[in-house]
Design a protein around this ligand. Structure first.
Ligand code: FAD
Length: 310
């Protein structure tokens, strides 16, 4: 039986593992892909104290740091279910896709999230070569250039406002006949001189040449005509999907599917904590996820010393 079992090996899970192991308790990490989203990131320039690094390098460093301690790392394992304890203080079950069930006195869920894709030709091909998903991360790469933001909800409009301060020109494309963001954000967006808003716009292709983005094609849904925009970058902002499908019915989730946590990372189920992009914590970033993982591990440790006999 683990004292603390961490599900997910991204920045949140790795931080939770280090914090747990340093308490001298029996710690395990189960992860489908150790490193998480950082494995898919080209450059990281906003993890304070590391001026710049590459995603895969950062992922290796996460795993090395965890392996400095006595942590049972189970990589390439998918978790399918959390089984609540039979009675208060009894172990919680964590069922793997391979059929095995692990048991733990406390669990930290840090299964992260994934950006929703628009699913048009060019999107995957030019990912990290002009197609981006995170304005806080990649905005500065497009300084002085032309970009489009796909999506007119809160995240799209916030991204467009943010980018307008960095890039030369922003075109915001919304599929519906009106923007879906809060009125205050829409007013702010409309006041910016270098932003163009296009509604009823269905993106049909992201085009490129020489291995980088050079334009975006969209269809006017009212006139059924296609248009091209010349640009250097496309930010896809149509939603971040938390990896919680496997937790429906077990933990309380927000309407966006995020695990609802309190200030210590506690979830609706006693002994189960959560951290990082998978939760309701605002702003999905590496440094935030790592801090959050440390916090959830300390929250879980506090729970352990109050509930279990060593
Ligand atoms: P994740 O990194 O998503 O890790 C989740 C972990 O859970 C993984 O190990 C995954 O395999 C595992 N997992 C998921 N489901 C299961 C399951 N059922 N069973 C077992 N394991 C499971 N942030 C920055 O701060 N700076 C940047 O420059 C930056 N650039 C980015 C670029 C890209 C392309 C992307 C996609 C994201 C970027 N981000 C950046 C965001 C950042 O990567 C995330 O905020 C951060 O990784 C979240 O950490 P996490 O540990 O919460 O989740």
């Amino acid at each position: 039986v683990f004292d603390m079992l961490i599900v997910g090996g991204g920045p949140a899970g790795a931080a939770a593992a280090v914090y747990a192991a340093r308490k001298g308790i029996r710690t395990g990490v189960v992860a489908e892909r150790f490193g998480g989203q950082t494995l898919d990131t080209l450059g990281i320039e906003n993890f304070i104290s590391v001026k710049e690094t590459e995603g895969p390098k950062f992922a290796v460093a996460l795993e090395q740091h965890v392996r400095e301690y006595e942590v049972d790392v189970m990589n390439a394992q998918r978790v399918e279910r959390v089984i609540p304890a039979d009675e208060p203080g009894a172990p919680i079950g964590v069922q793997l896709a391979n059929g095995a069930t692990l048991r733990a006195r406390s669990v930290v869920v840090s299964t992260g999230a994934r950006w929703r894709e628009v699913g048009v030709p060019g999107e995957r091909e030019y990912r990290n070569r002009g197609v981006a998903y995170c304005p806080h991360c990649d905005g500065p790469l497009f300084k002085g250039k032309r970009v489009a933001v796909i999506g007119g909800g809160n995240s799209g409009v916030e991204a467009a406002i943010d980018l307008a301060g960095i890039v030369r020109e922003v075109t915001l494309l919304e599929f519906a006949p009106q923007l879906r963001a809060d009125a205050v954000l829409v007013r702010k967006l409309e006041s910016l001189p270098n932003v163009r808003i296009v509604i009823n716009a269905q993106t049909t292709e992201i085009t490129g040449a020489d291995g980088k983005v050079n334009g975006l094609r969209w269809r006017d849904r009212t006139a059924d005509a296609e248009h091209d925009i010349a640009l250097e970058g496309v930010f896809v902002q149509i939603g971040l999907q938390p990896n919680t499908e496997w937790l429906r019915g077990t933990l309380a989730l927000s309407k966006h599917g995020e695990i609802i946590v309190d200030a210590r990372g506690a979830t609706s189920l006693a002994g189960v904590f959560a951290a990082g992009d998978v939760t309701t914590v605002p702003f999905k970033q590496i440094i935030i996820a790592a801090g959050d993982g440390a916090k959830a591990a300390l929250g879980a440790f506090d729970h352990l010393i109050r509930t279990s006999v060593p």
